[in-house]
Design a protein around this ligand. Structure first.
Ligand SMILES: Nc1ncnc2c1ncn2[C@@H]1O[C@H](COP(=O)(O)OP(=O)(O)OP(=O)(O)O)[C@@H](O)[C@H]1O
Ligand SMILES: [Mg+2]
Length: 583
């Protein structure tokens, strides 16, 4: 059964719409069964006797009813649309807020594409179902019962025919729903795949163009698209089946009624107007039944979406403050310690990404991390702000296990300049203030001077008000990196992590940034991941990683003498005479 708790609050907030929508729709329905009755009277009494005043009087009444139906119908639809749209917006807001709390591994598990589908398409399904409900959930039963009563009042002798067709229609609907339901779930999964595919291609469109991979991408997209199309047809053709099935029911019943009533009219026990009205009621009954069946059908589709929304809302982020015993501990120093840390991204993987890693860093030290690509450097540092949790072993910051600290406090004190950093559209100053909202202009400038960004920013005519394009498109790679460093500095953290953050910056600037960091921020622990030995050479300590294991820890001099792997990297980089930035 669906978990409806998530809608309760939003329905309550919009209760006026949720009440007025069905209310007006029921009013409109009451008009539906008045019309045929008046019409029958006009035919039977007015037309048969040539009573013009009677016809005019009742004609005016019909007109009045029609106008009433128009007004109530419009009002009903208006409130249904408004109520469902507002409630859906509320749920969307909740899901979005929940996504913000998910941990990196939760997001890895759902995949970004699927999360996007859930916030957009799935909630839209719920919205249109709510709208259908508001319009028809009360109206259809009222119409059904009203029309049934009216047809029995008109002629009990032929009304029984209706009871033959109802079970038939009910059975058909049941079978259709039973088949369609699982197909909808499959269809939504294909929409996920499509969203993921489009997201990736659009984000990477420049790379795709430079590798002339457009045809390949088109082919890939076409495959996902065709699969979705096939699954949609598979699910929707069941829905479409409803139409002919109920049309068949209407026609068969009408035939049966005309057959029975025809004989009664001939012997004079029934009037023509009564038969006309009867047939109208009959079609109203079947329309109402059809609508109810449609509610069920749409309901199955909405239920599939509802489940996917619940999955997000009910996820307990695997990293949270729950169980943290020292939430109030204030991080005072930037010391870091790893004790026998082992970590895997996929818990069933044989080989760990980090294998029994231990080291300690004192507050204020500068530590370099070096190692071949894929050796686990990024993974290692992402355990410090607890973006992921260790499988075994402990990570300590300021002497306390990160699991015991409040995550927000921890992350405020650990600033990471990610390897794949992101800037947002907005001015330079706005982007920098992501680090700290209330930073003054002087503070922005100071951080930018340390990050060697001030110079290029002031070369823009708008200076700090220069508009950055989406993702930082109108900046060079090195400029982007330096802005990200400045942004991270503004957080005034205790620990700063630079994950290959100066890879696009020339060696001289790189050295300048390190020098500024050392002089201006002596108390901050600095962890620098780098490909270039020159970037870590002057560090207090260098950690060499290989295939998830530490193969050496020490100063540059020590490692050149003792660590085979380090020496190899060093020699490979100095052979070409590159090592020219000795201070
Ligand atoms: N989010 C993730 N999910 C699953 N596996 C991952 C994830 N991130 C990294 N890995 C895997 O973990 C291993 C270590 O990756 P990591 O990013 O830590 O390497 P790295 O040393 O930073 O490499 P580089 O120098 O190229 O940045 C790699 O084998 C990689 O495939
Ligand atoms: Mg990395």
């Amino acid at each position: 059964m669906a978990d409806l708790k998530k809608y309760r609050e939003h329905i309550r907030k919009n209760r006026a719409c949720f009440f007025l929508g069905p209310f007006f729709m029921v009013l409109e329905a009451s008009g539906e069964f008045m019309l045929p009755f008046i019409n029958a009277n006009i035919i039977n009494r007015g037309a048969a006797n040539g009573d013009i005043p009677y016809i005019l009087k009742n004609g005016a009444l019909m007109l009045a009813v029609a106008v009433m139906m128009l007004i109530t119908g419009v009002c009903g639809a208006y409130f249904a649309v408004k109520g469902s749209a507002r409630a859906a917006a509320g749920v969307r807001r909740d899901v979005f807020a929940k996504i913000q709390t998910l941990s990196f591994s939760d997001i890895d598990r759902f995949s970004t594409g699927s999360l996007i589908t859930r916030v957009t398409n799935d909630i839209t399904q719920i919205q249109s179902f709510m709208q259908t409900l508001l319009r028809g959930f009360f109206r259809s039963p009222v119409m059904l019962i009203g029309a049934l009563i009216m047809s029995f009042v008109l002629s009990p002798d032929i009304a029984w025919v209706i009871f033959i067709v109802v079970p038939f229609l009910a059975l058909a609907t049941f079978l259709i729903i039973k088949t369609a339901s699982p197909r909808y779930t499959v269809m939504q999964e294909h929409i996920d795949a499509l969203n993921s595919g489009v997201g990736e291609t659009v984000t990477g469109v420049k790379v795709i163009k430079s590798f002339v991979r457009e045809d390949f991408e088109k082919e890939k997209f076409s495959k996902i698209n065709t699969a979705l199309m096939e699954k949609s047809v598979r699910a929707l053709k069941m829905m479409i089946l409803m139409q002919p099935v109920s049309a068949l029911a209407v026609n068969v019943t009408t035939l049966a009624v005309v057959w029975t009533a025809g004989r009664q009219i001939m012997i004079g026990s029934m009037e023509i107007g009564t038969l006309t009205a009867f047939i109208t009621y009959l079609s109203q009954i079947l329309t109402a039944l059809n609508f109810l069946a449609n509610i069920f059908l749409q309901g199955t589709r909405a239920a599939a979406s509802d489940k996917r929304i619940s999955e997000v809302l009910n996820t307990v982020p695997d990293i949270s403050d729950e169980g943290a015993k020292q939430k109030d501990h204030l991080i005072k120093s930037g010391s870091v310690e790893f004790k026998n840390v082992t970590f895997r991204y996929f818990k069933d993987a044989k080989k760990p990404v980090l294998d029994n890693v231990s080291f300690s860093i004192n507050s204020g030290e500068t530590v370099g991390i070096i190692g071949s690509t894929g050796s686990g450097k990024t993974t290692l540092v992402s355990l410090i702000p607890r973006l992921y949790d260790t499988d075994f072993g402990e990570v300590l910051v300021d002497g306390v296990n990160v699991r015991e600290l409040s995550t927000s406090q921890l992350r405020e004190n650990v600033s990471v300049v990610l390897q794949k950093n992101t800037l947002f559209s907005g001015t330079v100053a706005e982007n920098l203030r992501w680090g700290r909202e209330d930073a003054s202009d002087e503070e922005l400038e100071e951080a930018c001077k340390i990050a060697h960004a001030h110079e290029f920013i002031t070369s823009f005519p708008e200076k700090y008000d220069y508009e950055i394009g989406q993702g930082g498109a109108n900046l060079s790679g090195g400029q982007r990196q330096r802005l990200c460093i400045a942004r991270a500095l503004l957080k005034s953290p205790k620990i700063m992590i630079f994950d290959d953050s100066t890879s696009a910056v020339d060696t001289a600037t790189d050295m300048g940034i390190r020098k500024a960091l050392r002089e201006k921020l002596p108390d901050i622990t600095k962890i620098i991941i780098a490909q270039r030995i020159s970037s870590v050479k002057d560090a207090d300590k260098i950690i060499v990683l290989n295939d998830g294991k530490i193969t050496g820890i020490g100063t540059h001099k020590e490692l050149v003498n003792s660590c085979e792997e380090y020496r190899e990297i060093y020699l490979s980089q100095t052979d070409g005479g590159e090592d020219s930035d000795d201070e």
